[in-house]
Design a protein around this ligand. Sequence first.
Ligand SMILES: [Zn+2]
Length: 349
Amino acid sequence: MRRSLVQPPDPATLQYDHSHLPLLVIGIDTVSRAAAWRKLPLTMEVLGKVDRRPDVNLYQFMRYHTVGFATVENTKALFVGSIPRYESFYNRCPHFAAASKGSFLWSYQMCGQDRVEDLYTPTLSEDWFQYVRTKRPTKDMFENRRPWCSAQLWPKLTTGAYSGGPYSITPRCLDGRVADTYGFDYYLDPEHQSPPPPVAVLWSLAGHEATEAVLSSIDQALASFISELELTRIAVLLVSDHGNHIGMYPYTTAGGWVEMSNPLSVLILPAQNVTGAQDEALRRNEQRLTTHYDMYETLVDLIQGVQGDNQTCSEYGRSLFQDVGARTVVEAGIKSGCMCEECELFTHP
Ligand SMILES: [Zn+2]
């Protein structure tokens, strides 16, 4: 339910010691929940094993819903809590970003199209985190790691090219390895694990093409990566921004349309960091209508400790550490792309 916004905190007064539970976001662009089950069987098997562990809690949000059509709206909702113009929300809701100092984002998506050699091309990644206080790129705010902007991955092609590059229908390999594995190795490197970064985002484009065939190419590496994580020490969010909206599937089948609006969303938390009441709420929310706005508030809670109120400053989000209750799509902040015509499936209690 939308409420009046709280008075925004002064970013300069926010103090974070970065001693919160480290957060790892594994984002795979353009993967519905159903596509994950179809194309990532090894990863799903590993998640099943994780789910059965007594020392780790796994939550999968079945009715997780997009808040817009494309990557830009959904990732803004996920990482900063709202999707109006940047200037208007940076200072409104700086908690997550301010806590991200010393963290990093790894993504070959962020390679610029024209100036591959530039470290900071004007892409979404900067806007997510680096302009929060200064409106200028600052390495210490949120370091954008992208050492793999190779011409092998990013030849001079348009973003819609099928024959090569990070949006193609061919596997995205560097020196014989799937490009994402470099990000996994980067995170697991002992140098980056003592201590683990307070916030790390590994963003993959393996799902971002028409056929869904490329997604399978990361399955084995992703399954191994998750197996190697110390899940009692960190929080892990395995998430996508939206389902496949590139091929014909969403536009020619009802199931494809639903999938487009139902991205994968799985949260893994150390059991010792979750109270009984929070666990109960998270389990209930697995079957609630939930969105990236809600996940944003959940990430804020993870970073600054779960507060009494489950809405800090995003317009619509409600932390999933409390039961978000039955909401209409309007109350949840979903303005377009509703999964089904009347949205009844997602609004019943
Ligand atoms: Zn996307």
